[in-house]
Design a binder for this molecule. Structure first.
Ligand SMILES: [Zn+2]
Length: 453
C-alpha cells in the first residue's frame, strides 16, 4: 500500500518528517540525509506557520539542504484540507471514503452561513462615487466603523462621548443621523426629509442606509453617500486633530468631491472612443477571425455582475497568482482582487483555489446575482457534478459548492473561452502582491475599456 500512497497535508501533526510520502508526487525525505537523527521524533507541523498554513521558509532552509528545502517549499499547503490523510497518488481522486470528505465540507457549509448579511449591497457597489466613499459605506453597513461605542464593545477603553455635541453615546446612528450637528448638515443638503422618512421606515442605521440607496435617484444617492463620507471626515478631524468645522464646510467638501469625481471620470469616457494602442493586451480577442461566439467577453444581463477568475504560475518566484475582477452589465469596473499563493500548485488545484477565493471574497462583499466565469472546463464540470473524493482538488471544489449554495442566490458558475477571460488572466499574471482594488488597476485598464465598446 505504501508504494502507491501519499499524504494530503492537513495540520501536519500526524505526519513524520522522515520516511513519509508527504512531498509533491509522494516523494519522501530519507533518514539517510545529513542531520536526520535530529528529526526522528518530529512531525512536519514544526516546519509550518500555523496561523496561515504556509511553510516557515526560514526554518526549512536552516534545517535542510538546498534541494530538499526547495522540494518542501514547492509542496503546496492548502487551507481547505483539514486532516492529514493517506491517499492513492495514482488517481487524482485518491478514493477511500467519499462520505467523510463530504461531511467535512458540510460542516464548513453550516459555519459559513453567518457570513451573509441581508441588505441592498449592490446599491453601494453601483454608486457613482470615489472608491473610498463606497468603502466607508461598506464598513458602516458591516458594523466595522470604529465609533467610540464600537471601540468600547471591542474592549478599547475610551470615552464614548460625541466629538460634536454633549451626547455620551457616539454610535453609528448618532454620528450619521442623530447628532444635532449632523442634522444641520442634512438640512443644508436638502436630504433631511428623505433621511427622516428612511429612519421611520426601518429598524437600524444600516437598514436606513439601504432603504435610502434603494429609493433615492442616482444624483441624490451620490450626494447622500459623499455627505456621509464628509461627516465621518469631520468627526475624525475633530477627534484626532481637534479641528472644528461648520456644517457648511462639511457639505461643501461633499459637493466638491462629486464635482472632482465627475471631472476625473470624463477623460475615461473619451478614452473609450479611441482604440487602445496596437500590441497591448486589450487587442487579445478582437482580431477579425476571433469574432465567433464565446471568444469575446460579454457583459452580464442588467442587474447582474460578472466575475472573471484566473490563475497564473510563476515557477521563477515559486508563486501562484490569482486574479478576480467584477464588472456590471455595462462592463463598468466594480471591484478586483489579486492574491498570491506562496508555492506552485497543480493547474487544477490553482483554478479551484481561485474560484474558492472569489466566492469567499464576494460573499464577504455581499454581492449576489453573480455570473462567475473561469476558462477551466475541468473546474466547471467538477463544480456541477456532485461527485467528491479525498483529493485536495475535491476538498476545495466541495468547499466551493458549500459556499456557493449557502451564500449566493441567483448566481452561476460558467465556462468561458480563454480569450474572453483576459482581464482575470492579466491580473493573475501581473500580480505581485495580494490586494483589493476599488479603482481599475492600471494593468487591466485597456482591456476593460476595450470590452466596454
Ligand atoms: Zn453628537
Amino acid at each position: 500500500m505504501r508504494g502507491g500512497a501519499r499524504w494530503t497535508i492537513g495540520s501536519g501533526a500526524s505526519i513524520s518528517i522522515l520516511n513519509e510520502p508527504w512531498l509533491t508526487n509522494g516523494e519522501f525525505i530519507s533518514s539517510d540525509v545529513p542531520g536526520a537523527h535530529f528529526l526522528h521524533n518530529f512531525t512536519i507541523n514544526i516546519l509550518m506557520n500555523l496561523y496561515d498554513k504556509s511553510w516557515n521558509e526560514q526554518v526549512v532552509r536552516q534545517v535542510f539542504s538546498v534541494d530538499i528545502a526547495s522540494k518542501i517549499l514547492h509542496t503546496p499547503l492548502i487551507s481547505q484540507v483539514e486532516e492529514d490523510r493517506i491517499v492513492w497518488k495514482g488517481e487524482r481522486h485518491g478514493h477511500y471514503s467519499v462520505r467523510s470528505a463530504y461531511r467535512l465540507c458540510v460542516t464548513e457549509l453550516i459555519d459559513s452561513s453567518y457570513l451573509w448579511h441581508p441588505g441592498y449591497w449592490s446599491g453601494i457597489w453601483n454608486l457613482k462615487v470615489p472608491p473610498k466613499v463606497k468603502n466607508l459605506l461598506w464598513r458602516m453597513c458591516r458594523g466595522c466603523l470604529p465609533t467610540h461605542v464600537r471601540l468600547l464593545d471591542k474592549g478599547v477603553v475610551c470615552p464614548t462621548t460625541c466629538a460634536s455635541c454633549d451626547s455620551s453615546h457616539e454610535d453609528l446612528s448618532h454620528v450619521f443621523f442623530e447628532c444635532p450637528f449632523t442634522i444641520q448638515v442634512w438640512h443644508t443638503t436638502g436630504l433631511w426629509g428623505s433621511v427622516q422618512h428612511a429612519l421611520s421606515q426601518t429598524a437600524s442605521t444600516t437598514e436606513a442606509i439601504f432603504y435610502l440607496l434603494e429609493n433615492l435617484a442616482v444624483e441624490l444617492s451620490q450626494r447622500l453617500s459623499t455627505v456621509m463620507w464628509s461627516i465621518w471626515k469631520h468627526r475624525n478631524l475633530r477627534v484626532w486633530d481637534n479641528v472644528t468645522e461648520t456644517s457648511d464646510v462639511v457639505v461643501e467638501r461633499a459637493r466638491n468631491m462629486v464635482t472632482d469625481w465627475q471631472l476625473a471620470n470624463a477623460p475615461n469616457i473619451l478614452a473609450v472612443v479611441s482604440p487602445p494602442p496596437p500590441g497591448t493586451a486589450a487587442n487579445v480577442g478582437t482580431s477579425a477571425h476571433d469574432h465567433h461566439a464565446g471568444s469575446l467577453w460579454q457583459p452580464p444581463m442588467p442587474g447582474r455582475y460578472k466575475c472573471n477568475v484566473d490563475t497564473a504560475f510563476s515557477s521563477h518566484h515559486n508563486r501562484t497568482g490569482i486574479g478576480v475582477c467584477v464588472r456590471d452589465s455595462e462592463g463598468t469596473f466594480v471591484l478586483a482582487k489579486t492574491f498570491t499563493y506562496p508555492c506552485i500548485v497543480s493547474v487544477d488545484v490553482g483554478e479551484a483555489l481561485v474560484l474558492h477565493s472569489a466566492l469567499q471574497w464576494l460573499s464577504d462583499m455581499q454581492l449576489e446575482n453573480v455570473d462567475f466565469e473561469t476558462d477551466s472546463k475541468l473546474i466547471v464540470d467538477a463544480f456541477r457534478s456532485d461527485r467528491t473524493d479525498l483529493s485536495e482538488f475535491a476538498c476545495i471544489i466541495s468547499s466551493c459548492r458549500s459556499l456557493f449554495h449557502n451564500l449566493f442566490s441567483n448566481s452561476r458558475v460558467e465556462f468561458v473561452r480563454r480569450q474572453a477571460n483576459g482581464v482575470a488572466h492579466t491580473l493573475a499574471r501581473e500580480v505581485t502582491r495580494s490586494a483589493v482594488y476599488y479603482d481599475i488597476p492600471a494593468c487591466i485598464k485597456p482591456i476593460i475599456i476595450n470590452e466596454m465598446l
